[in-house]
Design a protein around this ligand. Structure first.
Ligand code: PPE
Length: 311
């Protein structure tokens, strides 16, 4: 399912540089700097329909904060205040009458000078929204997906600025993802340049062994907002969580492995490199955390209402 096929609905709008424009008019010049060199930043945010019928955006402030941090890391000055971007996201959802879906803010460098130095080219902002079902499939959410350790390494931390979501960095993810799909798997797991497990192409990774949850520490991976939520939910359930290195073979002998991300939510992994993980299906801790996560995003978990921005 591509974004276009799900978003090209008459009457839909995209927010560009301060105003909502019709979907067809949200275009850029071919000399757009980001298109050539990849210096742009983005976010992925989800909005859910709550149990009471209202719509709520999950951890909007944290996502917008990370968008601005990504821009700062890349020496890009966003020409709007964070509060304006938060309001624009709500506006775009309302304009599209989208009760539940995915939100994609993109900060990019427009056309003007060519060459690596973007000079005074304008920094532009677009916000698109679209319905997005289960990123790794409905079946994957229940039965678990099959993953492969990629032949592509995650960039070194001094090459990929891991605190940012930078457009160009995703070439690395795309190489890994396509390799995995072509090889018949659903997702790629990338090792860092030392050979330790980093993350999947667009998700953080967790293992469960003897009831203890483990996830690679932050320096080498994106500080996932879902990762952070799952750590809090697990600790609240009395599950021990450690942020520590994971080796490839530790994946093979884990009782459970799962991924977290805005798009992927909480997705179980049932097989890595043709080794069955645990019982070869969604494990009990993964299942409990999955349902705790969905309770939060649909407003059923009153303790976590601070994470929701109602439209
Ligand atoms: N690691 C990477 C590399 C990553 O891209 C994401 C999000 C995460 C971890 C999880 O972060 P968070 O969403 O804050 O929990 N990946 C986004 C892009 C997916 C896409 O296909 O596009 C996302 O999930 O929105």
């Amino acid at each position: 399912m591509t974004a276009k096929s799900t978003t090209q609905v008459q009457g839909e709008k995209i927010w560009m540089d301060g105003r909502l424009v019709p979907w067809d008019d949200a275009t850029v010049h071919v000399l757009t700097h980001t298109l050539h060199y990849g210096l742009g930043v983005f976010e992925g945010i989800r909005c859910y329909r709550s149990a009471d019928g209202r719509s709520a955006i999950f951890r909007l402030t944290e996502h917008v904060r990370r968008l601005f941090e990504s821009a700062h890391i890349n020496l890009m000055r966003v020409p709007f205040e964070p509060e304006r971007i938060e309001a624009a996201i709500c506006e775009t959802l309302r304009a599209n009458q989208l009760a539940e879906g995915y939100i994609r803010p993109l900060v990019f460098i427009g056309h003007g000078a060519m060459g690596l130095n973007p000079g005074d080219n304008p920094v532009r902002v677009a916000i698109a929204v679209w319905p997005w079902g289960k990123y790794l499939g409905d079946d994957g959410m229940e039965r678990g997906i099959r993953a492969k350790v990629s032949t592509f390494a995650r960039h070194h931390v001094n090459a990929k600025m891991t605190k940012g979501k930078t457009c160009g960095d995703y070439v690395n993810s795309i190489l890994a993802k396509r390799e995995a799909l072509l090889d018949g798997y659903d997702e790629a797991i990338l090792l860092d340049t030392q050979g330790l497990v980093a993350e999947a192409s667009g998700e953080n990774l967790f293992t469960v062994r003897d009831g203890v949850l483990r996830t690679p520490p932050l320096p080498g991976v994106l500080g996932g907002i879902t990762r952070d939520a799952v750590i809090e939910l697990a600790r609240d359930k009395g599950i021990r969580v450690v942020e520590a290195a994971i080796t490839r073979d530790e994946l093979y002998i884990a009782d459970e492995v799962f991924l977290t991300g805005t798009a992927a939510e909480v997705t179980p992994i049932r097989e890595v490199d043709r080794r069955q993980i645990g019982a070869g299906s969604r494990g009990p801790i993964t299942k409990a955390l999955q349902s705790a996560f969905f309770d939060v995003v649909t407003g059923r978990d009153r303790k976590r209402e601070r994470w929701l921005t109602y439209l």
